[in-house]
Design a protein around this ligand. Structure first.
Ligand code: PMH
Length: 384
């Protein structure tokens, strides 16, 4: 695969590609053979790395990829990905030509967009997915009239083909299904109005794919749970599949000191040693996505939980250690050590956010190490 890039810092992310394969196999077992899987790899594959995740997903049964923007799709094409890629976000009509030339499928939700896009398309046709806003309130058309207008306009041009129609749930990750039921019903009604049903009809994100059998249609858009994470805390213990988190986050003690009672640690001197304490310094900070709010949370060292003390700096933070662990000792920020584990959900709870945001926030400068069948296969360092 990729050439083995070196990196020179003691903080890294590990991505277990077998876990991604396992999670895709789990969902494939749930949805059955007649439903396809679109792997959602936007935002650097939720922080896991575009290319290794895209390749693993395609090798594990996904047939399509989804990203948010054309630039992400172009990046995948440049790296040699030939599978169908769709863009979930809004694109400019002027970019219809470059999308078509690169076989990138776009999201469309107005007739005007089609009219403006057509002059930009040259040889290859543009495949579009019509987005319906059934209650998410983000992008999409709402009425059968708007849908008919797009269908009619697309039918007038050989260069535009409606490949799909889709919607997105706002509350599929909640146990109360009423709002999602309404969305599904609105979506079904809109599909009924279509003169010609397109090849792909889709609605399910991970939560709907896991929790709503009525919403599979022809393909699901599988994001967060491909990475082994629950779409929400609310449904975490109700999931029908056994998911394995793919990402872990590690650092290393790079400096150790014994401090005396009253000595202060880090900016603002917010932490004061209560007694004689062993303080370790880690080369990870808020510029890596390990944000200042992590102060007061814990990390694992030697299988034990220890507190982060003092303010988190841009590139470093400090921990209080129960004993004199030597420089070079591995520290786990997210993941397992011996019997204990710090789950990404726990970090998200501490930060009053969701697991999606924690994964996406791990900065590009943190090297990613990929493993397959327990072997390290390659290192991706965005700085190379
Ligand atoms: N489809 C669309 C249109 C999406 O925006 C997303 C995720 C997915 C599918 C995949 O969802 P999942 O990761 O829950 O499986 N989009 C976002 C978002 O915009 N904010 O958080 C997740």
């Amino acid at each position: 695969m990729e050439s083995r890039n070196e990196f020179h810092r003691d903080t890294w992310v590990e991505v277990d590609l077998d876990a991604i394969q396992h999670n895709i196999q789990q969902i494939a077992g749930q949805i059955g053979l007649d439903v396809a899987i679109m792997a959602v790899v936007k935002a650097n594959a939720y922080g896991h790395g575009y290319l290794p995740v895209a390749r693993t997903a395609l090798a594990s049964g996904a047939t399509h990829l989804a990203v948010a923007f054309i630039d992400e799709a172009l990046f995948l094409r440049k790296q040699g990905i030939t599978a169908p890629i769709m863009v979930l976000g809004a694109s400019r009509p002027e970019d219809a030509g470059i999308a078509a030339a690169n076989e990138i499928q776009l999201t469309v939700y107005s007739k005007e967009w089609v009219v403006q896009a057509v002059p930009h398309i040259q040889n290859k046709p543009l495949l579009i997915h019509v987005k319906c806003d059934t209650g998410m309130g983000r992008i999409g058309l709402k009425t059968a009239d708007e849908l008919r207008e797009i269908e009619q306009e697309a039918a007038r041009h050989d260069t535009i083909k409606i490949e799909g129609i889709y919607t997105h749930f706002a509350t599929a990750d909640e146990t109360d299904t009423r709002y999602a039921d309404e969305q599904a019903e609105r979506f079904r009604k809109l599909i009924d109005h279509m003169k010609v049903k397109p090849p792909l009809i889709h609605a399910s994100n991970s939560a709907a794919a896991l929790m709503r059998r009525d919403s599979f249609f022809s393909i699901i858009r599988f994001g967060i749970s491909m990475y082994g994470l629950s779409p929400s805390n609310e449904i975490a213990d109700k999931l029908p599949a056994r998911l394995t988190p793919a990402l872990s986050f590690h650092s290393t003690v790079v400096h150790v000191k014994k401090v005396e009672p009253g000595e202060k640690i880090s900016y603002g001197s917010t932490y004061e040693a209560a007694g004689q304490e062993w303080i370790g310094t880690l080369p990870v900070g808020y510029a890596d996505g390990w944000i200042r709010k992590m102060q007061g949370f814990e990390v694992l060292i030697d299988g034990k939980r220890v507190p982060i003390v003092g303010r988190v700096c841009m590139d470093q933070c400090m921990i209080r250690m129960p004993e004199n662990y030597p420089v070079g000792t591995k520290v786990t920020l997210i993941g397992r050590q011996n019997g204990d584990a710090i789950l990404i959900d726990e970090v998200a709870d501490h930060l009053e956010t969701i697991n999606y945001e924690v994964a996406c926030a791990i900065a590009a400068r943190v090297p990613r190490i990929y493993s397959k069948k327990n072997k390290s296969v390659f290192v991706l360092n965005s700085l190379n």
